[in-house]
Write a new protein. Structure first.
Ligand SMILES: [Zn+2]
Ligand SMILES: [Zn+2]
Ligand SMILES: [Zn+2]
Ligand SMILES: [Zn+2]
Lengths: 130, 130
DNA sequence: TAACAAAGTGTTATAATATAACATTTATTA
DNA sequence: TAATAAATGTTATATTATAACACTTTGTTA
């Protein structure tokens, strides 16, 4: 059984902000939000972000250069991530669909490449924006 | 029948370079490669890139901020893109697998979002790097 | 517990990626 | 040919991300 990760001070501060946010956050917007807490430099943010990603606590939305908290408890440390992204309101929602994930994970590339992980981003209009 | 797109001068220059490249190219590396051709500013590159993406001639590899030529003739203007990416040598290969693409396209999000397009990036080690 | 190693922090500087804004030119079409 | 749309050239600036170095805290192990 893997014990609950203990986070460092900066990691906890950054994670708290990302978890409280309604949508994806950009690194510099996180930075501006924590300057009162004594974090002054981008490095401090990026280092925390890197570790949090490694731990699977957050994910990077590549198409937006932004970060969201992981909402799926069974998200196997980010080996198989999928997101739906609203092109109008910027809302991002993590998709955890075992069938979809299994199907994609089992996809075999003709050219003999063995995949370790994948990231899938869907784009469209969310219910509200339709 | 859609007639062959006629490209503007800058669009053609940028496309040529991307098509000749063996791997994904970054915007500034394209820029450095075309300065002899009279293109001097990032804007000129990014504008061409934007149009080429719109036309489906190239794709952006989001996880790398880099661009590759579209190799799949039936790539329906980038509504459904998939790539395999080698984490060691940076090689990128466009996957055109109708079954995979159909399966993912038909995925229905529970929260009522209708998807217009998706982008899937696989990561691993290619044959050579394994 | 002293010594060492590993992980985290703080800081300054800079690199890399991308867009804003505006003037001008070229191509298209009415 | 006049009006419109698309593309270009240019300068400046915004945004995202990493390098490098000195120091501190935490964990491990002799
Ligand atoms: Zn997750
Ligand atoms: Zn929306
Ligand atoms: Zn394609
Ligand atoms: Zn490789």
């Amino acid at each position: 059984m893997s014990q609950a990760q203990i986070l460092s001070k900066n990691q906890q501060i950054v994670l708290d902000i990302i978890e409280k946010a309604k949508g994806p956050l950009k690194a510099y917007s996180i930075l501006f939000n924590v300057q009162k807490k004594g974090i002054n430099a981008p490095q401090q943010i990026y280092r925390a972000l890197d570790k949090l990603i490694e731990m699977g606590k957050i994910h990077k939305i590549e198409s937006k250069n932004a970060f969201v908290a992981c909402r799926s408890s069974n998200c196997e440390i980010s080996k198989a991530t999928a997101f739906s992204i609203c092109e109008s309101c910027e809302m991002v929602d993590e998709i955890s669909d075992v069938k979809l994930s299994k199907y994609i994970s089992s996809f075999n590339h003709k050219k003999g490449m063995k995949f370790k992980r994948f990231n899938l981003e869907f784009f469209g209009l969310c219910k509200k924006c339709k």
